[in-house]
Design a binder for this molecule. Structure first.
Ligand SMILES: CC(C)(COP(=O)(O)OP(=O)(O)OC[C@H]1O[C@@H](n2cnc3c(N)ncnc32)[C@H](O)[C@@H]1OP(=O)(O)O)[C@@H](O)C(=O)NCCC(=O)NCCS
Length: 173
């Protein structure tokens, strides 16, 4: 049985190890660490195999600076996500993301951005049209957004969608 819940102190080392082993570079693990240090981590969910008492997946959502029509709106970035190789293709990644989106919607978040493969993220409703025209160094086909709050997109001129500063270090390394 896989249980999904906010990550706690006992998950920190396992999440770091999972991120380091899931990506070709250490950047994603460093991103998680830097987001936490900066206080920009909004939600980190851990998926645990209850029988094995082991972490099998994690997803991070971090604070963004997003403005529409000159007004800030509550928005987050989804990244990174990783699932342990022996637990992939069993719906753990999807369950982590959906659980995070549900919580964030309840907490009043209006938009969630993600930078990634549309083939994976489109299933949640992420669409590049929702991210279009926001000023962002990541603007393009891989920057997508998902309006929460019933799917309503804030009206008005899209100003900027800035990720937390830790992402700038990621893109430079
Ligand atoms: C991406 C990842 C988190 C998915 O986790 P998962 O638990 O296997 O995902 P699910 O079982 O919920 O969904 C599996 C689906 O995602 C698809 N998928 C997995 N990785 C994908 C990728 N990089 N691009 C596109 N689709 C992908 C699978 O093909 C499968 O598709 P299907 O449902 O149409 O058969 C996992 O493969 C992983 O940890 N990868 C290494 C780290 C990574 O690349 N993270 C994403 C970038 S931040």
């Amino acid at each position: 049985m896989i249980a999904i819940a906010p990550a706690g102190g006992r998950d920190v080392a396992a999440i770091d190890a999972l991120m380091r082993s899931s990506f070709a570079h250490a950047e994603e693990a460093d991103l998680v660490r830097d987001l936490c240090i900066a206080g920009d981590m909004v939600l980190m969910l851990a998926a645990r195999d209850e029988e094995a008492d082991a972490l099998v997946g994690a997803v991070a959502f971090s604070r963004m600076d997003v403005s529409v029509a000159g007004k800030p709106i509550p928005a987050v970035a989804l990244a990174p996500i990783a699932v342990a190789p022996d637990h992939r293709d069993q719906g753990v990644g999807e369950a982590l993301i959906q659980a995070g989106l549900d919580r964030l919607e309840q907490e009043g978040v209006v938009l969630c951005f993600v930078l990634g493969d549309p083939a994976f993220y489109a299933r949640f409703g992420f669409d590049r049209d929702f991210a279009r025209n926001f000023a962002s160094p990541y603007a393009g086909d891989y920057l997508m957004a998902l309006p929460l709050q019933g799917g309503l997109m804030p009206c008005g001129v899209r100003d900027h969608a800035h990720h937390a500063p830790a992402f700038a270090r990621l893109s430079q390394s």
